[in-house]
Ligand binder design. Sequence first.
Ligand code: ADE
Length: 418
Amino acid sequence: MKYDIKDISLAEKGRLRIEWAAKDMPVLSLIKKRFAKDKPLAGIRIGACLHVTTETANLMAVLKAGGAEVALCASNPLSTQDDVAASLVKHLKIPVFAIRGEDHDTYYAHIRAVIETKPHITMDDGADLVSTIHSEYTRLTKDVIGGTEETTTGVIRLRAMAEQKVLKYPIIAVNDAKTKHFFDNRYGTGQSTIDGIIRATNRLLAGSIFVVAGYGWCGRGLAMRARGMGARVIVTEVDPLKALEAVMDGYDVMPIAEAARIGDFFCTVTGDINVIRREHFLKMKDGAIVANSGHFNVELDLEGLKEVSTKVREIRDNVTEYTLKNRRKIYVLAEGRLVNLAAAEGHPSAVMDMSFANQALCCEFLTKEAKRLKKTVYPVPEEIDQEIARMKLDSMGIKIDQLTEEQEKYLSSWEMGT
Ligand code: ADE
């Protein structure tokens, strides 16, 4: 079996951490039990490009239990947990191609290694796997029955491919399931981003001014948790509706050019490019801390920052100090890559439980239904979303009410008024 990881001797530590995560992934455990019995993925090769974390390891175990052959590479050069990669190779016999801190060329060589296993299903987080297979391995796309996409940024890229009619197989947008983005993007990003910023800096948030750029689901979660830690939160937005929502949620809203002067912490979660630019860095206070929790490392204009700096040094793990020409110092976390995965461990297992339950059930769905799907981006079937919500509530021991017959009738009638 081919693989490329940092150090196989880390496997034992990885195994224990994977076991720890599994304890908080009850929905995935239930699916694993059923998959082990029914083998819905027998004969299917899955190529996955995901953050190599303890939660991802548990998803890989479920797919394998379902009968799939799986190969895994990283979806970000800085998010790989090397002990997890080692355990997947040693204990689950899964070919993993991922090393934390790998350079750009190795990152893509690892994606190619997964594509060369000739997957029938691609599982992506950011669409780098799909974009590479479409640009460099077009001949292999005819054997792909479908793919899944984990994140907002990836779904946006894939929709662009579908609109330009270059997408060669159907994709299920796992991100858009309610049991995914309501929870993972909001509570997952909220908690893990604060976790990453604190682990990297050990700074106090209480009493600080925390600027959140972007008020999508991730921004909402991050703003809520920053406020919970005692920070005064400023939101920046380009969308008037989201900006209005942020105002009514009680945050200050202003352009980044104004927020730049007053923030102590800045974190981008927009999915867009060059959100904090050189002119903004030049306005920041001495000691400002700047991070990104959006998928790609393009939200901060680090080239521009370098150009207006006289000195750059690593001052502690995951913290780079830039001394500007105006003598102020700006601290960038985790090289502008996803701070929650690079400086912490990503979202907690309890939310990844639902995200990855969607991934597993969508693979099963594709094995049954791919033939009737077109080469476009599909939502997760409503029944899968509902089923996952039900299983999660069940696992939490929470019961809910059921509609009475009278209520059902009322909801489907239009005649009845006051
Ligand atoms: N994305 C965000 N958090 C994650 C995690 N813990 N595992 C895999 N992908 C993630």
